[in-house]
Design a protein around this ligand. Structure first.
Ligand code: NAD
Ligand code: ZN
Length: 242
C-alpha cells in the first residue's frame, strides 16, 4: 500500500497523536534550518552563537544575529505543513504538538495544543535573574538591561548546553508516553533531550513515523519513514483525512 495511505489508516484509528517538529517544518516558509545550506550567518555556525558562553564573551554579536533572525521571522508566513497539522489536531481526540522551533509559526497557523520546547525567539528574559522582560529592544541604544537586577537581557530561547523549560519537557514526555501514534517531522533528531521523545513514544507502544527530506539517526528505528518535504507529505495526508 502507498505509504501515505498506511499512515492515513493509522491516523483514522488513532485517538492520541503526538507530533514533534523541527526546523524542517519551517524551511518552506523561508526560515533557514541550522544544519541546512543557509545555516551560516556571516562566518558563524549557529552552535557558535546559540550558547551561554558566546553571550558572555560577545553579547553584541549574539544580539546582532538574533535581530537578523527576528527580522527574517517577522516577514514569513506559515506553510502547508503548519496548516496540515492544524487539520490533524481537529481530527484526533487528543493531539499534542511539541516543537523545537522558536518561530511561533505553529501558533500563527492555528495549532492550539503547542508545547514550545526551545522557547520563543520573539520573547526576552534576563540572563542573570531569569525574569521575563516585556520591554521593546532597541539595540541602537546599547545592550538591553534588566529593570530588576541590571543583568543583560537575552532572547528567551534554549541555547546549546542549557536545560529545557522543565514544565514543557514534562508535558512533552507525558504526551510521548501516552500517544498511540508519534510523528517526528523535519527534525535532525540529534538535539537532546527532544531527540529522545520519539524513542520514549516507541518504548511505550506508539507507532513511530518520521517525515524528513533526508534520513536521520532515527529513521532506521521508525515503523514508517516517509522521505520527502513536510509541506508536501503533510498536505497530502490532511487532504486524505479531511
Ligand atoms: P536542524 O536544522 O538540525 O534539522 C532540520 C531537519 O529538517 C533536517 O533533518 C533536514 O533534513 C530536515 N528538512 C529540511 N527541509 C525539510 C522539509 N522541507 N521537510 C522535511 N524535512 C526537512 O533542526 P532541528 O532538528 O529543529 O534542531 C535544531 C535547533 O535549531 C532546534 O533547537 C531549534 O530550536 C533551532 N532552530 C529553529 C528554527 C525555527 O524556529 N524555525 C530554525 C532553525 C533552528
Ligand atoms: Zn534580572
Amino acid at each position: 500500500m502507498n505509504q501515505i495511505l498506511t499512515l492515513v489508516n493509522r491516523l483514522r484509528h488513532s485517538d492520541n497523536l503526538a507530533v514533534l517538529t523541527g526546523a524542517g517544518v519551517s524551511a518552506a516558509s523561508g526560515v533557514p534550518t541550522f544544519r541546512g545550506q543557509n545555516g551560516l550567518w556571516k562566518k558563524y555556525r549557529p552552535e557558535e552563537l546559540a550558547n551561554p558562553q558566546a553571550f558572555r564573551t560577545h553579547p553584541e554579536v549574539v544580539w546582532e544575529w538574533y535581530s537578523w533572525r527576528r527580522q527574517l521571522i517577522r516577514q514569513v508566513h506559515p506553510n502547508a505543513a503548519h496548516y496540515a497539522l492544524v487539520e490533524l489536531e481537529k481530527m484526533v481526540s487528543t493531539f499534542t504538538l511539541m516543537t523545537q522551533n522558536v518561530d511561533n509559526l505553529h501558533q500563527l497557523s492555528g495549532s492550539i495544543n503547542v508545547i514550545e520546547l526551545h522557547g520563543n525567539i520573539m520573547k526576552n528574559k534576563c540572563f542573570s535573574c531569569n525574569q521575563p522582560s516585556t520591554e521593546d529592544i532597541h539595540l541602537g541604544s546599547g545592550l538591553p538591561r534588566c529593570k530588576l537586577c541590571d543583568g543583560l537581557i537575552r532572547p528567551d530561547v534554549v541555547w546549546f548546553g542549557e536545560s529545557l523549560p522543565m514544565e514543557a519537557l514534562k508535558k512533552a514526555q507525558l504526551a510521548a508516553m501516552e500517544c498511540d501514534v508519534f510523528l517526528a517531522v523535519g527534525t535532525s533528531a540529534v538535539v537532546e533531550p527532544a531527540a529522545s521523545l520519539p524513542y520514549l513514544a516507541k518504548a511505550n507502544g506508539a507507532y513511530l513515523v518520521e517525515i524528513n527530506t533526508e534520513e536521520t539517526p532515527l529513521s532506521s528505528k521508525t515503523d514508517l519513514f516517509l522521505a520527502g518535504a513536510a509541506e508536501q507529505i503533510l498536505f497530502e495526508l490532511s487532504e486524505h483525512i479531511k
